[in-house]
Design a protein around this ligand. Structure first.
Ligand code: T5A
Length: 210
């Protein structure tokens, strides 16, 4: 019933670009699709996203950050994801709980068993059917993300300002999870050109959804 597809990767890996390719292919092949993102996806979850990414005068504890991403996830799941899957739709979600393992687990150092407890509480048995992981050296991804932020006159969010070591730990957790869950993950080299990345994404979609 339905198909739950998530897109993951470090900053600037090309997730937004990949999402465009995925949505275009799914629509062209007659699938009924909704898109969402995490943290976010509902008005309340988007407010939580704002809190997670904003820079604050007061220190945000790692635990508070973890609870905010799961609070947003609970809203997104109950209001958007589960109803769409129940109607047989394909749900395309820009980041999901693999990001929590990578950022709060790898990046912040929170014990993965604590994350697993919240995952079970919030999601029950719901897991992605397929995860496209855009893998990239953090130096290249951050250069892209920071370049775009400068182009758009924006400022870096609270997480984008983390150290390069933080993003190396994030990447290592993503790669470890891809090895552990090969039925779920498709790893795509995000340092390739956009047409090359696009070709790999389409091949992966054809394998699972044609
Ligand atoms: N978070 C999220 C947690 O900490 N815990 C969680 O549980 C969850 C769910 C969300 C933040 O929240 C954190 C992680 C994140 O820090 P986000 O907006 O989802 O933020 O993630 P970002 O990584 O910040 O998104 P970006 O927009 O920076 O990166 P993308 O989407 O991966 O990259 P994209 O496609 O926008 O591309 C960036 C630039 O590179 C170019 C694009 O044109 C663009 O300018 N580009 C390429 N250039 C050359 N070759 C390619 N192949 C290219 N692909 C893209």
């Amino acid at each position: 019933m339905g198909f739950f597809l998530t897109i993951e990767g470090c900053e600037g890996a090309g997730k937004t670009t990949a999402k465009g390719v995925v949505l275009h292919w799914l629509n062209a092949n007659g699938h009924d699709v909704i898109e969402t993102r995490e943290p976010g996806g509902t008005p309340l979850a988007e407010q939580l996203r704002g809190l997670v990414l904003a820079r604050h005068d007061e220190t945000v504890t790692d635990t508070a950050e973890l609870l905010m991403v799961f609070a947003a996830r609970s809203q997104n799941l109950s209001q958007r994801v589960e109803p769409a899957l129940a109607e047989g739709k394909v749900v395309v979600c820009d980041r999901f709980t693999d990001a929590t393992y990578a950022y709060q687990g790898g990046g912040r150092g929170i014990d993965e068993h604590c994350i697993a407890i919240l995952e079970q509480l919030v999601q029950g048995d719901r897991r992605p059917d397929m995860t496209l992981l855009l893998d990239i050296e953090p130096e290249l991804g951050l250069a892209r993300a920071r370049g775009r932020a400068i182009e758009q006159g924006g400022i870096l969010d609270r997480i984008e300002r983390e150290t390069i070591e933080f993003f190396h730990r994030v990447r290592q957790v993503y790669l470890a999870r891809a090895e552990r869950f090969p039925h779920q993950y498709v790893v795509i080299d995000g340092s390739q050109s956009i047409p090359e990345v696009e070709a790999h994404i389409i091949k992966a979609l054809q394998c699972r959804l044609l």
